[in-house]
Write a protein that binds this ligand. Structure first.
Ligand SMILES: [Zn+2]
Ligand SMILES: [Zn+2]
Length: 143
């Protein structure tokens, strides 16, 4: 962290949706909330973008946005179904996440924390020393 992040590129599985963006840092977080698990088929592994750096090139309007809660929406490719973005609503969202798996450079990424760990089902587990936050602990950071 501290160092200026270089621009990264990425795309969905079928290639109709391309993007360029800058990350806040190389840290990714793993979210175990019900919404992420339904949308991703498992926990989401996401990096935080600099919101105004995100440039999306979507062929045939392939990128779709689904408002998954009162405060957030999720972007996915309508052609191949890749789950790409999750952001707070609004023009300059305070949070704009991108699925880490889509980035062209991943070698420097590292898991910083697990969130919504109290929502994690029993059938999978991660054995690491990263910070683990419950929903209440996570949301308390923003209040
Ligand atoms: Zn696609
Ligand atoms: Zn989540």
């Amino acid at each position: 962290m501290g160092e200026q992040e270089a621009e990264r590129k990425g795309q969905c599985l079928c290639g109709k949706v391309h993007f360029k963006l800058k990350l806040q840092s190389a840290a990714v977080h793993v979210c175990h909330c019900n919404l992420c698990r339904k949308h991703h088929g498992g926990p989401s592994i996401t990096a935080s973008c600099v919101a105004n750096s995100v440039q999306i090139d979507s062929k045939d309007h392939a990128l779709k946005w689904y408002q998954s809660s009162e405060w957030a929406e999720r972007g996915f490719c309508g052609e191949c179904g890749t789950n790409m973005f999750c952001k707070l609503l609004g023009d300059e969202p305070m949070y704009y996440g991108v699925s880490a798996a889509l980035l062209d450079r991943q070698d420097d990424l590292f898991t910083e924390e697990h969130i919504f760990v109290d929502k994690k089902p029993h059938y999978y587990k991660f054995e690491d020393d990263c910070k683990k936050l419950t929903e209440a602990q996570f949301l308390a950071q923003f209040s």
